[in-house]
Design a protein around this ligand. Structure first.
Ligand SMILES: Nc1ncnc2c1ncn2[C@@H]1O[C@H](COP(=O)(O)OP(=O)(O)OP(=O)(O)O)[C@@H](O)[C@H]1O
Ligand SMILES: [Mg+2]
Length: 250
């Protein structure tokens, strides 16, 4: 498989605090790559650097074989970013939100109309197209946030904790859609601190703590690093053994 995205010693410091520490990861075309880590591990900062929203202190990102920062204009429409913080506007209707983001990629006219409907259909909000985003539930806002990032048909989709704080139905809907997009050819990066989600949808998982990747592999490979009998260990326990910490507080 070809490498689609690669980070080279990607580093972010805020003041003296090392938030992302010399990160070297490779995402292969066609995979669902999971970045699993507790609050404050540096997942969002990593994703924001990959998308060019946060400037690295050191290091760079190669996307489709090219330096992303230096070739941003050419590469930006190959990437779809669903940020952890909702990026939608409450005072715009659902379709207007999708229009705003999709048109940024130069899509116009009849094609733009088609893409708006297709994106809203995809996230199950086509019937709510004329409703203002501020009237939506948390789960519906999350789904609209996704619709805004997919209208330009990105090759790589980056989801930063898209299921936090939403109802189980919306959560399962989003996970199914991510799997479906992957089947149709998109490569996915998925960050979460929910072990069971990462295990359910990711083909490969990187465990992150304190700005560092501690281990990378399939769920079974990670378990094997800790215990021979993988049926008797969960990823939560793998995380606890590797870091001495719980993945999340209950
Ligand atoms: N703009 C900023 N200025 C200063 N510190 C920051 C900034 N952004 C993030 N940090 C710090 O960097 C660390 C990593 O934050 P980040 O948001 O990347 O973690 P995360 O893994 O995404 O966590 P969560 O699961 O809570 O979303 C945290 O300690 C955070 O306080
Ligand atoms: Mg985060």
């Amino acid at each position: 498989m070809a490498v689609l995205l690669k980070t080279n010693d990607l580093t972010k410091k805020y003041g003296k605090k090392m938030v992302v520490d010399n990160l070297n990861i490779e995402i292969e075309e066609g995979e669902v790559f999971g970045l699993l880590g507790p609050n404050g591990a540096g997942k969002s900062t990593t994703m924001n650097m990959i998308c060019g929203i946060v400037k690295p202190t050191l290091g760079n990102v190669e996307f489709m074989g090219k330096d992303f920062q230096k070739n941003r204009k050419e590469l930006i429409d190959k990437l779809g970013f669903i940020p952890q913080e909702l990026a939608i506007h409450g005072n715009l209707k659902a379709w207007e939100n999708v229009e705003l983001f999709t048109s940024l990629y130069g899509i116009k006219g009849a094609e733009l109309k088609e893409r708006i409907d297709e994106s809203l259909e995809y996230v199950g909000l086509i019937e709510k197209r004329n409703d203002y985003a501020k009237t939506f539930s948390g789960g519906m806002k999350r789904r609209l946030n996704i619709a805004c990032a997919i209208g330009h048909h990105p090759k790589l989709m980056i989801f930063d904790e898209p299921t936090v704080g939403i109802d189980p139905q919306s959560r399962n809907f989003i996970l199914d859609k991510i799997k479906d997009s992957n089947k149709k050819g998109a490569t996915i990066i998925y960050t979460s601190h929910y072990m069971e989600e990462v295990e359910a949808i990711c083909t490969r998982i990187a465990i992150m703590d304190n700005g560092k990747i501690i281990a990378t592999g399939t769920s079974d490979e990670l378990k094997k690093m800790v215990k021979d009998d993988i049926s008797s260990i969960t990823l939560e326990e793998v995380f606890l053994t590797m870091t001495g910490k719980k993945l999340r507080d209950y």
